[in-house]
Design a protein around this ligand. Structure first.
Ligand code: BEZ
Length: 223
């Protein structure tokens, strides 16, 4: 299958997970979704990542985002590993992860979604999953994808930041500049004419003077 592109409808796969069998689009319902993959259960970096995702789960819920993890092991392994992750987070024994983990022991989804990392292999020489992140909108279309190798853990605060940007730019005709944080000023899109921008952003448009004389660096307070 060709790689998934931004704007493509995300595959409506069926999978076994730690909360039973799901069909992906039904699981998402009207929410945004983040599907994030892991190389293997019972591995150190993955444990810290899932622990961090669990700690931040209320922040994702606040943004109407459902999290779902994936790793190429069985549901039974995932359930055992989940206990270690909760212990890593210093949670009481018996507490559950606030999101499901997909079991992809045959690597079917990993192959379909282009998530295998050929540089990292298990003891049988089989490739492991890379650290993929897919953000899916309520329209079930792919809004963002990032792919890290197994040896580099992700930053889940950055993931919240990009979701804030994706949700803002889905609502308003603006773009967020480098290192943007919610509440910072935003950029007027290049395809918005000067008169239209003045109407669209009544709190003002600031145009930065540049040597080229071109008026493309236009800021406005976050609408
Ligand atoms: C880890 O999660 O620690 C890991 C897994 C596979 C390869 C490298 C690191």
């Amino acid at each position: 299958m060709p790689a998934l592109l931004l704007g493509d409808v995300f595959p409506d796969f069926q999978a076994d997970t730690t909360v039973g069998q799901i069909r992906f689009h039904d699981f998402l319902g009207d929410c945004w979704g983040v599907l994030f993959s892991h190389p293997k259960d019972y591995t150190p970096v993955c444990t810290t990542e899932l622990g961090r995702a669990a700690k931040l789960s209320a922040e994702f819920t606040k943004r109407n985002v459902k999290l779902i993890a994936l790793s190429i092991d069985s549901v039974e392994d995932h359930l055992g590993w989940s206990k270690d992750i909760c212990a890593y987070n210093n949670e009481a024994p018996g507490s559950c992860l606030p999101f499901p983990i997909i079991a992809d022991a045959k690597r079917e989804l990993a192959m379909q979604l282009g998530m295998l990392d050929p540089d990292e292999r298990d003891s049988q020489g089989m490739p492991l999953t890379a650290r993929a992140v897919f953000v899916i909108g309520p329209d079930k279309r792919l809004k963002l994808s990032i792919l890290y190798p197994a040896t580099t853990g992700r930053n889940f605060d950055e993931l919240l930041r990009v979701i804030d940007s994706l949700q803002l730019t889905a609502r308003q005709r603006v773009a967020t500049p480098v290192d943007w944080q919610p509440g910072d000023r935003v950029m007027v899109l290049p395809n918005v004419a000067e008169e239209e921008a003045a109407e669209m952003f009544p709190s003002g448009v600031f145009v930065k003077d540049l040597p080229s004389g071109k008026k493309y660096l236009r800021y406005t307070p976050q609408p």
